[in-house]
Design a binder for this molecule. Structure first.
Ligand code: ADE
Length: 229
């Protein structure tokens, strides 16, 4: 899989792209990640990529020209499954969307910054608009990092124990069960007896029950969705 990330502030990614599962997936060749700085596509010597909004209002808007130049160059080099724009007014990201995106060959991920991007970019280049939640971040780079992380970890081979991904919250339509590790007792708090029993059928049953209970308490909307209509 290849992801081309188009953004105004590449340094926002920090060490994220080289660390942990993402870093290892890149090393293993499971994913190619390229960051493109929109300022490299600016035409003036101050490398401006934004301007004030027509009609007035606060904030700056990323202009068409650098984004069109960058994305058209990428599209001339290969075919892309999607051009994703990260924006708080997009469709809210969920696990099923991540699974779908993890089957892509090539993706462009466009990050907004400042007040947003010129609507003509959205109308002509963007095929999918995604929000990571009902809150507003300073820039799309952090949202892109969230998207990339949640998608790349689903590529077969990215996470060493594939079962661990299958057990994640949302994978079965419910939240994940609680987990414990050694010691069996810490400050008087004991690990549930069933987990020490070695009875795998009982352990699976217990985890399923706990997952459903937690989902009923915290996210009853998820259970409603899985019920037949
Ligand atoms: N950019 C700013 N806020 C965002 C959000 N919540 N989701 C995606 N992109 C964003």
């Amino acid at each position: 899989m290849r992801i081309d990330c188009v953004c105004a502030v590449p340094q926002s990614f920090g060490s994220f792209l080289d660390s942990s599962i993402i870093g290892r997936s890149r090393e293993k060749g499971l994913v190619t990640l390229e960051i493109h700085n929109l300022h490299d596509y600016a035409k003036d010597r101050f490398r401006h990529i934004d301007d004030t909004p027509y009609g007035g209002g606060a904030g700056m808007i990323i202009q068409c020209q650098p984004v069109f130049d960058c994305i058209e160059k990428l599209k001339s080099e290969r075919e892309y499954d999607d051009v994703i724009y990260l924006t708080p007014d997009g469709h809210t990201l969920h696990q099923q969307m991540c699974i779908e995106l993890s089957n892509s060959k090539n993706l462009i991920v466009l990050c907004g910054h400042y007040k947003g991007i010129d609507q003509r970019i959205r109308d002509s280049l963007v095929t999918r608009e995604i929000s990571i939640g009902d809150f507003v971040l300073t820039g799309g780079e952090i949202a892109a990092a969230v998207l990339i992380d949640s998608v790349v970890r689903l590529i077969p081979g990215a996470v060493s124990d594939a079962q661990s991904v299958l057990d994640d919250s949302f994978m079965n339509g419910v939240l994940d069960a609680p987990y414990y590790t050694k010691p069996a007792e810490f400050r008087g708090m004991k690990v549930p007896e069933v987990l020490l029993s070695g009875d795998h059928a009982q352990i699976t049953k217990w985890r399923e029950q706990m997952a459903i209970e937690k989902t009923r308490n915290r996210r009853p909307d998820l259970l409603d969705k899985s019920e037949p209509t």
